[in-house]
Design a protein around this ligand. Sequence first.
Ligand code: ZN
Length: 202
Amino acid sequence: MKIFCIGRNYSDHAKELNNPVPSSPIIFMKPATALLKEGDPFFIPDFSSNIHYELEIVLQICKNGKSVEPAFASGYYDRIGLGIDFTARDLQDKLKDKGHPWELAKAFDHSAALGKFVNRDGLDMTDIRFRLEKNGILVQEGCTRDLIFDFDFLIGYISRYFTLQKGDLIFTGTPAGVGKVEKGDILEGYIGFQKMLEFKIK
Ligand code: ZN
């Protein structure tokens, strides 16, 4: 099972971190050991003093595919959910400055927190509204209409390089409002009015 993540896929988030808006998707991966399943707490790791939440729509791949045409991409994922791409922002800034890969900052244990999934049937993928509350206060809000690279394009792009396999996950990028977590915080994610995710920070 592979976990793909997309960097800077909402221009308001790219701008808040002073990053340029990309002309092609920024792809990175997390290993299976990065998964944190719903209900388990997230423990702040000792190697970072600035862990950020990034709320993202996650696609679950339902069949194998290579070089998928975007026109057929919608048949390759059957469920969507919410996830948090936990990021050691302090490490990431250092790695970026050196031009080094991001894995230490992005792919560490439990950095890919997954909430519930719903069947995508009947949902308009171009108008999914989602939001994150930290301790009951709204901190992130996004809509898939603001994606720089939409889901079908991403599936086509990723599958040119990596064979997609049933069960793979794609974290599709975060909107603006990313920020630090502290011990004791509670993160709750919603799609529309439906609660999809809850994690306690320890
Ligand atoms: Zn992210």
